[in-house]
Design a protein around this ligand. Sequence first.
Ligand SMILES: [Zn+2]
Length: 205
Amino acid sequence: MNETKAREAICAIGASIFNRGLTAGSSGNISVRVEGGWLMTPTNASLGRLDPARLAKLDDSGRLIAGDPPTKESFLHRVMYEERSDTGAVVHLHSTHSVAVSCLAEVDPADVLPPITAYYVMRVGGLPLVPYYRPGDIALAEAVRGFAGRHHAVLLANHGPVVAGANLDAAVNAIEELEETARLYLMLRGAKTRFLTPAQVKELL
Ligand SMILES: [Zn+2]
């Protein structure tokens, strides 16, 4: 994707995410790999009101070369690009149902959500829970790095999901699938549920 189109796509998808209540206030951030580095949403910017001309442009070493300073959570994005060479875009949201699930005491930290639907299994697959660290703690980046090689989607405890994709559409579709599955999981809690069987999951993977 060329840089002009990438800038427009980030702003259009940011507005769509914000307007559907998938992240609130100035939370959430998006990045896309472009020639010579990355475009990233700026710090303290609402995804609902992004300006294509003011997106942060970082060079390959992560230095700001144009636009507003990047999100303070840029390290979450950098780790995904560094550990997954096929990554073209990364999305991180504070989406309500995913955050709710990230706070539950009794989930499997190796794979937080059960295989409720085939699309979840295909778009997200396994979802590890990354332990809680305070905002800005660089240890969080290293904790995410530990999972990023094996997982394109991780859930930060008491915080929210980070999802990488081959391109922006893939990353957004996966994080939306994750949020919907978190919502379904909360709706089904306490009800006797038929999840996909291990054989059915294996067939999808
Ligand atoms: Zn965050």
